[in-house]
Design a protein around this ligand. Structure first.
Ligand SMILES: [Zn+2]
Length: 65
C-alpha cells in the first residue's frame, strides 16, 4: 500500500525518504548506503523501506463504489 508516515515500531517519520529511496534504488545504488545516508539506524525503520511495495493502485481497482 502506501508507505506509512511514521515507523510502526518507534514512531520516527520515514515517509519523506520514500520517493528518493525508490528513485535511487532504481539507479542501482547500494541499499545499505542509502539507508545509512537517510540516518535510519534502527532496524525497525530500515525494514519499513526495505519491505514496502506500492500496491495502492492495484487495490484501488477493487473499490466497491
Ligand atoms: Zn523505527
Amino acid at each position: 500500500m502506501l508507505i506509512p508516515i511514521r515507523c510502526w515500531s518507534c514512531g520516527k517519520p520515514i515517509a519523506q525518504f520514500w520517493e528518493e529511496y525508490q528513485e535511487r534504488i532504481g539507479k542501482g545504488e547500494n541499499q545499505k548506503e542509502l539507508l545509512d545516508g537517510f540516518g535510519l539506524t534502527r532496524p525497525c525503520c530500515r525494514s519499513m523501506l526495505l519491505g514496502q511495495v506500492d500496491l495502492i493502485d492495484t487495490v484501488a481497482q477493487f473499490k466497491k463504489s
